[in-house]
Design a protein around this ligand. Sequence first.
Ligand code: GRF
Length: 201
Amino acid sequence: MKKIAVFCSGYGSNLQAIINAVKRGRINAEIGLVLSDRVDAFALVRARRAGIPVLFADPVALPDREEFARYVCRQLTARKIDFVVLAGFMRILAPYLIRRFRNRIINIHPSLLPCFKGAHGIREALSHGVKVTGVTVHFVDEICDNGPIISQGSLKIKEDDCEQSLAKRIHKLEHRLYPEAISLLLEERLRVKGRKVYIDG
Ligand code: GRF
């Protein structure tokens, strides 16, 4: 069975959706590691509750991005991790790690990329006044929120939406979309050609 590592910095609702999907057999993998760059991330509590090995990768002890990446890579290799799933991980990964896990790291972003990249995708979509926004699952490359797109889901912004109400619907969509994409990745049905991702079968 394939092994995945999930990287989180915060609340971990996507991690929870992944844990649930594994339990229900919708994702055929073992979560071999939950890694966080924040010792107080609630995601770590969720992982411990589920009996998943956790690791706090301390960015203060490893201030150099490259060193951080080398440390993380050693951990992944030692635990025989096949794929890395970023779920609210707020740190940019150094090219060292991306090269070693080329097309084996994915991320979820709360906007329809390439719009509203960065840490405030929901807020920026709302303040820009777009009528439709959504969620993007993509491969991670050397540029932030840029890699080839695996899947997207859209939703309408309501006139009376605030950041919280919109975030609630975005997260609901994420919790459906991410396990589906992870499953395709694990089944090795995703083929990357340039910027395009083809789904086999
Ligand atoms: C999600 O909205 C995800 O798209 C973004 O960070 C958020 C993480 O939420 N990358 P959670 O920690 O999974 O609840």
